[in-house]
Write a protein that binds this ligand. Sequence first.
Ligand SMILES: [Zn+2]
Length: 203
Amino acid sequence: MSFIFKVLKDIVLVNNSALKEIFKAVNLISQENEETLLEEHLPLNTEKIKLQEDLFIAKQKKYISDLNNKFLDNINNDILNNITENSSQKDIDFIINDRYKKAIKSADNISSDEILIATGVLAEERQRTLDVEIYQWQTMRDERVRLSHKNLQGKYCTWNNPDLYADTLEEARNGEWKTRTAEMEMLHPGRAYGCRCFALPII
Ligand SMILES: [Zn+2]
């Protein structure tokens, strides 16, 4: 049995170079997006972006290892709880397959979310490089947008404090910030689970 576990463990492992490639792709898209929004030529890599890459890789490796451990624990528990001496190899295969499918689904969910988060983080990094402090919250304006994000659509926000917002650009420029209400997201765009919102830089 431990041999099967080892094989399964290897399947779920993702190496550093795969994570580097993922970050590279996200970074390239982010650079193109921000160049369009900021109407400026921006470098693909800076010291700060390299730092974000290291953080991204470390974070994903932790997720992968946690997912891996959970996957193996779950199989272990399922086998302990459901397998008796009358069980067949087929029963064991069923448990492993079922848990494998669930682990892949979790990995899919985490990875698409992590890409959105990395996009949001890189947008902030690039906008701050150009001393942009104020951004306008933009949602995807479709039915999937949650109410707490819809409530921020078009509002002005500051990279310096995600708890604040202003209704007009004039108020934002004058530093007349209001505290976000309980019906508003308390994070920057792209940081909350599944958030597809983005920060429109105000130059
Ligand atoms: Zn959102």
